[in-house]
Design a binder for this molecule. Structure first.
Ligand code: GDP
Ligand code: GDP
Length: 444
């Protein structure tokens, strides 16, 4: 199921990221801030009144150093147009944020003009309305009624989300069919070889493409059989999409994130000659945050000299760069020669099996007792953490709920220790696991 995508658009400093955080703050879900991810979040799943959607701060899609520099006006204009075009192309709803205190600036008018011509529904958020009203804005934008909000104080954000909900597309029901064993998204920067990889995989004699393109349930997917199991390569049309030059990185990233939403496992494809780039790390970070399985695919292996093919060194480098996902699986492939191209797919199938594994509660608690007998939990300000009980929750990402005397006493390092121990006892290779700490008595 693809979640609807809500893209936040607007000039710098109007309060987009504040609003983004405010919206996420509304949800009351099992949240596990993944260890080691220090980047800004710019992409997340949110829910409001029982509807789930994905929310993206499109400004944040400008990656790397660029984000820190203050662009000149012309450059800012260009970026805004790019950001808006990407949002129009991909989003189901655009949340345009303006600053009521500054009124309409020429760049705001440009954006509004682009949006008026698009068919994507727009919700206008008049931010920083800390007690002020924003009626004058409606006429100036001609984009429907503005919703006054204060990201700072939270006022108006419920009404704003109601307005977003009202224009969200109805969820498409997925028809029941033969069970798909794995849904796989293929992510990566342009030119790393994603489409070559898909071609190579589908041409491999050991894989059987089961439907001609366009006749699958979802025409953008490729359906095939590997090891007797049905596998869906999600949104291969997006990968093959040619001829996008402006904003292409943001575009492909946003589309890739959507594909990831519909997947169990993501392959993050890299170019062996380029080594590991910051964007590869970002993308793998999103996969981890979204709780999807992760396979790191180093492509163009054929271009390396024999010395450069030292897998042990690659392993070390990958571990360091993706230290937030030491459990990720790795494949070295050549889409050009077909070397090992099916391995990531087979690995993805194995990862899906891991994700589906349930550890019985008595077994989990035996493990916990042994662990506690071997090592005392830490203390903080003279108070010792007590871990009383653990159970695996029903969730597609393996999720463990620990009942403790006081969740505040769980440090980062103890959380990491528990995860390492849990993994060495029970596996879950290739997938993130979530660990939730609840105060005893808060059982639901
Ligand atoms: P972005 O660049 O559009 O993502 O903007 P930010 O979210 O980083 O916010 C820019 C500045 O505006 C920050 O200093 C925020 O604290 C401030 N800000 C955001 N929302 C509000 C609001 O509702 N009221 C006021 N007074 N300030 C706000
Ligand atoms: P995409 O933008 O990620 O879909 O990348 P493409 O599949 O279009 O590949 C970009 C370029 O890299 C093309 O010229 C491919 O022929 C080349 N390429 C892709 N995979 C390999 C590989 O494994 N080895 C070599 N030598 N070239 C490759």
């Amino acid at each position: 199921m693809a979640l609807p995508l809500v893209a936040i658009v607007g000039r710098p400093n109007v309060g987009k990221s504040s609003l983004f955080n405010r919206i996420l703050g509304q949800r009351r879900a099992i949240v596990d801030p993944m260890a080691g991810l220090t980047r800004d979040r710019l992409y997340a799943e949110a829910d409001w009144r029982g509807r789930n959607f994905t929310i993206v701060d499109t400004a944040g899609l400008v990656l790397g150093k660029e984000r820190d520099e203050v662009p000149a006006l012309r450059e800012l204009r260009r970026r805004m147009e790019e950001q808006t075009a990407v949002a129009i192309e991909e989003a189901d709803v655009i949340l345009l944020v303006v600053d009521v205190r500054e009124g309409v600036t020429p760049i705001d008018s440009d954006i509004a003009e682009l949006l008026r011509r698009a068919r994507t529904p727009v919700v206008l958020a008049a931010n920083k309305a800390d007690g002020r009203d924003s009626e004058g804005l409606a006429a100036e934008y001609d984009l429907g009624d503005p919703h006054s909000v204060s990201a700072l104080h939270g006022t108006g954000s419920g009404e704003l989300l109601d307005a977003v909900l009202a224009v969200l597309p109805q969820a498409a029901l997925e028809p029941e069919g033969d069970r798909v064993a794995a849904r796989i998204a293929i992510l990566g920067r342009p030119n790393v070889g994603k489409s070559s990889f898909v071609n190579s995989v589908t041409q491999d004699q050991r894989s059987l493409v089961t439907a001609t393109p366009g006749t699958t349930r979802d025409p953008v997917d490729t359906e095939m059989v590997v090891e007797g199991k049905k596998v869906l390569l999600v949104d291969t049309a997006g990968i093959r999409r040619p001829g996008l030059t402006r904003g292409v990185e943001q575009y492909s990233l946003l589309r890739g994130l959507r594909a990831m939403e519909r997947s169990d496992v993501a392959l993050v494809v890299m170019d062996a000659r380029d080594g590991i780039t910051a964007q590869d790390q970002h993308v793998a970070g999103y996969v981890t945050e979204a709780g999807r399985g992760l396979v790191l695919v180093v492509n163009k292996w054929d271009l390396l000299s024999p010395e450069e093919k030292e897998e042990k060194e690659w392993r070390t480098r990958l571990r360091r760069a993706f230290d937030f996902a030491p459990w990720a699986r790795v494949s070295y492939v050549s889409a050009l020669t077909g070397q090992r191209v099916l391995q990531p797919i087979e690995t993805a199938l194995a990862v899906v099996a891991e994700r589906g594994r349930r550890v019985a509660t008595p077994e989990l608690n035996r493990w916990l007792r042994d662990l506690l007998a071997r090592r005392d939990p830490p203390t903080r300000k003279g108070k010792r953490l007590k871990v009383l009980y653990v159970a695996q929750a029903e969730a597609s990402t393996p999720t463990f709920v620990f009942f403790v005397n006081d969740p505040e006493l769980v440090h980062f390092s103890y959380r990491r220790f528990l995860e390492t121990q849990l993994r060495s006892a029970f596996g879950f290779e290739g997938t993130p696991v979530r660990m939730v700490f609840r105060r005893r008595g808060e059982e639901e």
